[in-house]
Design a protein around this ligand. Structure first.
Ligand code: PCA
Length: 213
């Protein structure tokens, strides 16, 4: 299995982005799994263009995009990407679309096709807080998740895709009050567990993982 895993560059005044810091450290001791990493710009349209070019050259079996969700306390396996951008802050190119579709000819939403419930279970068994999330927001992370699944739908039907949000690193919260963080080691380990789970799971498990509100 060849897996392409992406992270974002820093945005919103931060000096690092934990998603990219962690994917750089992934180490899988399994000769049948090849991991290719790529940093994407935190820029709406450009991130999808770079992802498309990378898929074209790498030809992966699986694409998982990752990004920072500052303020969340656990690893979030995103269930759904929606066809909307509603940017609270400008992206790294200064663009701030409000209530615009990502692709006019795309579906309203696309669901993750990686086994999110099995991944959450295995992360928890490895001592890492994780859950299924039902919103990836309306900024660049939702945009790349939706964009990845749109590309899969239109151009790469055999590829599986998904998106994972990660918390801040401890060094990002030293001056923030009551904001959670997760160590780089744990985020990296979570990604390794995710990759091993994707490689060994054909069909996702059925396990309660929803929320009431
Ligand atoms: N997080 C942002 C965009 C880039 C990133 O790492 C988001 O959640 O939309």
């Amino acid at each position: 299995m060849k897996i392409l895993i992406t992270g974002f560059d820093p945005f919103g005044g931060e000096n690092v982005n934990p998603s990219y810091e962690a994917i750089k450290k992934i180490s899988i001791n399994n000769p049948s799994i090849e991991v290719i990493t790529k940093e994407l710009p935190t820029v709406f349209k450009k991130s999808i263009e770079v992802l498309d070019e990378t898929i074209e050259s790498v030809k992966p079996d699986v694409v998982v995009c990752t990004g920072q969700a500052g303020g969340r306390f656990d690893i979030s396996l995103e269930r759904v990407g929606i066809n909307i951008i509603d940017a609270r802050i400008p992206d790294n190119d200064g663009d701030q679309p409000v209530d615009e579709n990502i692709f006019k000819d795309g579906q309203e939403a696309y669901f993750s096709t990686i086994p999110i419930k099995a991944i959450v279970k295995n992360m928890r068994e490895n001592g890492i807080p994780a859950s299924v999330s039902n919103t990836a927001g309306t900024f660049v992370c939702n945009c790349i998740f939706y964009g990845a699944m749109y590309l899969i739908d239109k151009k790469y039907p055999d590829i599986k895709g998904g998106f994972v949000h990660v918390p801040f690193l401890p060094e990002q919260v030293t001056e923030k009050v009551n904001i959670p963080s997760m160590s780089l080691e744990n985020i990296t380990r979570a990604f390794e567990v995710m990759i091993e789970t994707i490689a060994t799971t054909d069909k996702d498990i059925k396990e309660i993982g929803g929320t009431i509100s």
